[in-house]
Write a protein of this length. Structure first.
Lengths: 104, 285
């Protein structure tokens, strides 16, 4: 995901992580991301990411509920998110271990 | 506080194909977000998203063989107009055959890309996409405006010598305006083909692009033969009279290079279209 989406990688991971526990429409995604990690995704940013993730088959739109359309993560999206999470966990572990060596 | 007008304006900033897919739900998101978000931050963010959507769509379109072919045809047209200017002062029977071959091949090639656009034109005439008429109208307006620039350039240059600042300025004005017109027409054609969903019959697009590239290649070869024949026969009029006179050899070489580049672009587009398996996909995909 990181290599493919360039500067959209970080908000993409936030959206994928938000959808990991169930489908949500745009406004719920922004609310969830802000409540979970304190990042406010603007509507332009959110839909730039939604369009890219949908085009790559990482999320898919569900039938609209009124004017709001929920999205859910696909199997490919879940796999990509798991891969990114594992990579970040390894990096975090490495970083914390090395900082422990130099921190008195 | 929801502002329906602001929501409509922000959604309208996105390209039509994007709006067809996401417009309604995006409007709902904006309406939901406005009461709690900073209004200025939301506007800036939405405009950034619209710009991104337009750039993304443009990037996709520029990867389309038909779009590349249209822009190659535009570049070739610029070269063709330049050739018409430099050939005005070249006489003699030795170059006539090459001249005729060049003109016929160029017209045949350019006619083929018009043929590719026929299904789109028919769809527009049947009223399938009334909004798309704005693109040909803009292109026609740009062409009409160029004739206005021409009249102005003639007024500026009248009574001045060939190498005077007024004359050179008028020529530069004409050339820049001409390039802008060709670019506008090419953009209009691309936008029309993108927005009007009228897939060309199977094979028409592949055949059209192949004929375009072939015609341009023959015309470019004829240009080479024509120039060499003109130089060998010493039939080039080297006088410096007239608004757009330039020395023959540099002008011809630049002209030949432009045609060669346009032909290479069209040939690449034709090859990619053939490799795509004669698919008749809308330009925006």
């Amino acid at each position: 995901v990181s290599d493919d989406l360039g500067r959209w990688a970080d908000p993409s991971l936030l959206v994928l992580a938000s959808l990991a526990d169930g489908p949500k429409h745009g406004y719920l995604i922004t609310q969830d991301v802000e409540a979970s990690v304190g990042v406010r995704l603007g509507p332009g940013t959110l839909y730039a990411v939604v369009a890219r993730l949908e085009e790559r088959g990482l999320i898919e739109g569900l039938p609209a509920e009124g004017r709001r359309r929920p999205y859910r993560i696909t199997a490919a999206g879940a796999q990509a998110l798991a891969g990114e999470a594992a990579r970040m966990r390894d990096l975090a572990t490495l970083t914390l271990n090395r900082l422990r060596l130099v921190t008195p | 506080v929801t502002d329906p007008l602001l929501v409509r304006v922000l959604v309208a900033c996105y390209p039509p194909t994007w709006r067809r897919r996401y417009g309604s739900e995006y409007a709902a998101l904006l309406a939901d977000s406005l009461p709690t978000a900073s209004r200025s931050a939301l506007v800036v963010n939405s405009l950034g998203g619209a710009l991104d959507a337009r750039l993304t769509l443009m990037g996709v379109a520029m990867r389309s063989p038909l779009t590349v072919a249209i822009w190659a045809a535009g570049l070739f047209t610029v070269a063709g107009i330049g050739f018409q200017r430099i050939s005005e002062h070249v006489g003699g029977t030795a170059v006539r055959a090459a001249f005729v071959v060049l003109v016929v091949a160029a017209l045949g090639g350019l006619a083929s890309i018009v043929a590719v656009a026929v299904p789109v034109l028919l769809a527009m005439l049947r009223g399938r996409s009334a909004v798309a008429w704005r693109y040909p109208l803009i292109a026609a307006g740009a062409i009409a405006a160029w004739f206005g620039v021409l009249a102005g350039a003639k007024t500026i240059a009248r009574g001045h010598s060939v190498h005077s600042a007024a004359n050179v300025g008028a020529v530069v004005l004409l050339v820049v305006a001409g390039l802008a017109v060709v670019a506008t027409v090419a953009w209009g054609a691309t936008a029309t083909l993108r927005d009007v969903e009228a897939p060309a019959p199977r094979g028409l697009r592949s055949t059209g692009l192949a004929v375009l590239a072939g015609g341009m290649a023959v015309a470019t070869a004829a240009n080479l033969v024509w120039g060499i024949a003109a130089l060998n026969a010493h039939v080039v009029d080297q006088s410096h009279g007239g608004l757009l006179d330039t020395p023959f050899l540099p002008a011809w070489i630049v002209n030949l290079v432009l045609m060669t580049v346009a032909t290479a672009l069209a040939a690449g587009a034709s090859r990619r279209q053939l490799n795509a398996g004669h698919e008749a996909l809308p330009i925006s995909r």
